[in-house]
Design a protein around this ligand. Structure first.
Ligand SMILES: NC(=O)C1=CN([C@@H]2O[C@H](COP(=O)(O)OP(=O)(O)OC[C@H]3O[C@@H](n4cnc5c(N)ncnc54)[C@H](O)[C@@H]3O)[C@@H](O)[C@H]2O)C=CC1
Ligand SMILES: O=C(CO)COP(=O)(O)O
Length: 330
């Protein structure tokens, strides 16, 4: 299969390696020509997973037209908030029946759309053409070929199975799922809960607190998901609990690391300056809060993360607010 990975960041690079190792011919599109040249000539991405040699089947270009034309598999590996704008430029070169694979884990600001919805609108493709990849997939571990599983979710079984086949290697094991809504929400909301987990970690809070955040975080994710039509079982799976645990507990997580900066007392700007990496939860917490409110769904942890990130609320005050909510059945 001829594949293109649009975005030469952390996950784009690691997923291109997966596709190459699985036997596909892969072109990575990089924004900067010098990055494309470095990947082509050195077989490594100088900014991400530098120690990892990319398979011979992986090449790179900075020319999006050359990369996208003729590709049956188009992997979208740019941050959530830029995806719509990127697709507006790229859609003219898409093959009519291309499969669009979303790696992004976020909800769009302003529209509160999930990434698959953004893709359908911006690329003007059928929802059946979109497949979502989500699960406990910390890119540096996958680049290092540490075993993990993931979920590929789509509405057209043959297409979903084709993506599963195309990204199946000895260290990367994809399971199919038809619950696109649940998988996308699991992937987006876990970033927000990981911010809370990072805040709690930096505040020196203990394992009971952290387990409570994971469990109640999953509860509010599932509550929103079910309201939007997701299968509740999805949240017990790889794209739910699996990704939530990986992201909250790993020091590799950029969302958790960002939360730690906030928990140490840093402002949003200070945390951004200290981390300088994509932490999707920071913007998505606003969109998820708005999405939940518009569907009358309570998401207390998300509400407080948004207040800490964007309203300058002290994390201790946010914690007090969470703990003083009315008591209720589980
Ligand atoms: N890194 C990870 O471990 C994982 C990341 N993800 C998700 O994958 C998505 C991409 O994440 P990463 O690759 O980690 O991010 P990254 O920040 O490492 O890379 C993003 C790439 O997009 C490019 N980019 C940024 N703004 C752009 C724009 N306006 N136009 C075009 N290109 C632009 C950057 O140059 C970079 O190559 C995010 O939604 C993230 O949540 C999902 C699973 C694992
Ligand atoms: O989505 C991820 C792991 O599945 C990566 O998490 P971070 O974006 O927090 O690094």
């Amino acid at each position: 299969m001829k594949a293109v990975v649009l975005g030469a960041g952390s996950w784009g690079t690691a997923y291109a390696k997966v596709l190459g190792d699985a036997g596909n011919d892969v072109t990575i599109w990089a924004r900067r020509p010098e990055m494309a040249e470095a990947i082509r000539s050195g077989r490594r991405n100088p900014d991400y997973h530098r120690e990892v040699r990319l398979p011979e089947r992986v090449t790179a270009t900075a020319d999006p037209e050359a990369a996208i034309r003729g590709a049956g598999l188009v992997v979208l590996a740019v941050p959530s908030q830029t995806l719509r704008g990127n697709l507006a430029g790229w859609r003219q070169w898409l093959e009519p029946d291309a499969t669009l694979v979303s790696l992004a884990k976020g909800i769009e600001l302003g529209t509160t759309r999930r990434m698959s919805e953004v893709i359908v609108e911006a690329a003007k493709v059928s929802p059946h053409q979109v497949v979502v990849v989500s699960g406990p997939n910390l890119a540096p571990e996958i680049a290092a070929e540490q075993p993990t599983a993931t979920v590929v979710a789509g509405t057209e079984p043959a297409r979903t199975a084709a993506v599963q086949q195309a990204s199946s290697t000895a260290y990367f094991r994809p399971y199919t799922n038809d619950d696109v809504v649940g998988c996308e929400l699991g992937g987006a909301v876990k970033n927000v809960i990981a911010l809370a987990y990072g805040i709690a970690t930096a505040m020196g809070l203990g394992d009971n607190t952290k387990a409570t955040l994971i469990t109640r975080g999953l509860a509010e994710t599932a509550r929103l998901g079910v309201r939007l039509g997701a299968d509740p079982m999805t949240f017990a799976g790889l794209a739910g609990l699996g990704d939530l645990v990986a992201t909250c507990t790993s020091p590799l997580s950029r969302n958790r690391t960002f939360g730690e900066q906030l928990g140490l007392g840093g402002s949003l700007a200070q945390a951004q300056a200290a981390t300088r990496q994509t932490a999707e939860g920071v913007k998505s917490c606003l969109a998820i809060r708005d999405l939940a409110r518009s569907h009358d769904v309570e998401m207390p942890i998300t509400e407080q993360v948004e207040r800490v990130c964007h309203e300058g609320v002290d994390p201790r005050a946010a914690l007090t607010t969470l703990m003083s909510r009315s008591i209720k059945p589980e």
